[in-house]
Design a protein around this ligand. Structure first.
Ligand code: OOG
Ligand code: NI
Length: 303
């Protein structure tokens, strides 16, 4: 077996593992998929094209993107463009997949050093428990180990008071201190769906008809300046979270995103049945992403 095949075989364990736990945590996923099936938009869940998945990380030594990305680089993902979110104090990169059928990956990282002394002290009190880069101690060829790693806490359960202090300064920081590497969202590609559902605008109508709440930050439809990437997202599902000492509190979990990628101008004359992923607008867009991050923010979840 070639190295490439071995690595994508492992990816075929890791990706379904992520989707399984995410689907359990986010009831909107099943609700949307079941509504798509009952309305005849798709035959089965397998007909869904997953445009991308996303993760959030803490930018501290031994963790953050430099650690996390080693997992997916090993499976043949390729690091692409960088995005910077000044107001939210975040960096992000996207990764293109080894196969056209795999989702892209979007990974962001909190610029912890840009936060107040107090928030930095709180974050480090947790992340300092990680004394060596955990990905270096992982057998990346063992899909079950990687799956377990992505769903095992790297630091102790936070206290509610630390969570609430972080929430005031950075909603992203509070999200990661509790949710860690849990999948932040998966993304349904809408452009290959049947007429009436194949634009974000039409798909949003379908979602709202089925009682799904959409992120309204910057408007429900987020469009890139070049017009080629159109996105929308649900408001994150709330979870009853258990904090240290058994205290419970409702916090944001994960959400679902929708993406429409337009055919690039130079492929405009291709017959529809010959259009594949490489003929469409690729990558991400910082102005869209900036608003999509807010799907987990209290300004959206508290509406
Ligand atoms: C990621 C938000 C950005 C996109 O597709 O631009 C994003 C996040 O909420 O962590 O998903
Ligand atoms: Ni996204």
């Amino acid at each position: 077996m070639s190295i490439i095949n071995q690595n994508t075989d492992t990816l075929d364990i890791v990706l379904p593992g992520l989707m399984r736990r995410y689907t359990e945590r986010v009831p909107d996923v099943k609700k949307i998929l079941n509504s798509m099936i009952s309305e005849g938009i798709i035959g089965t869940e397998k007909d869904i094209e997953n445009d991308h998945i996303a993760f959030r990380t803490m930018g501290v030594p031994r963790l953050g993107i430099q650690s996390f990305e080693k997992i997916f680089l090993h499976y043949g993902y390729e690091k692409k463009d960088h995005y910077f979110f000044e107001g939210k104090k975040l960096d992000a990169w996207w990764y293109s997949p080894p196969r056209e059928t795999d989702p892209r990956i979007f990974v962001s990282e909190l610029r912890v050093g840009d936060l107040s002394e107090e928030s930095q002290r709180i974050i480090k009190s947790y992340t300092d428990e990680v004394i060596s880069d955990p990905v270096d101690n992982l057998d990346l060829n063992n899909g079950e180990d990687v799956d377990a790693f992505l769903h095992t806490p790297l630091w102790r359960t936070p206290t509610l008071s630390d969570y609430l202090t972080l929430l005031k300064e950075s909603e992203y920081a509070a999200w990661v201190i509790y949710n860690r590497y849990y999948l932040n969202h998966f993304t349904i590609s809408v452009h290959n769906l049947p007429e009436g559902y194949n634009t974000v605008s039409d798909f949003n109508v379908f979602l709202e008809k089925h009682g799904i709440s959409l992120n309204t930050s910057g408007g429900k439809i987020k469009t890139s300046p070049d017009g080629g990437l159109i996105q929308s997202a649900t408001v994150a599902q709330m979870l009853e979270a258990e904090f240290a000492d058994g205290e419970t509190y409702k916090i944001s979990g994960s959400y679902v995103e929708f993406a429409e990628r337009k055919v690039l101008t130079k492929f405009q004359n291709l017959p529809t049945d010959q259009i594949s992923r490489k003929n469409r607008r690729d990558g991400f867009e910082a102005t869209n992403a900036d608003k999509i991050f807010e799907s987990t923010y209290t300004t959206q979840t508290g509406k």
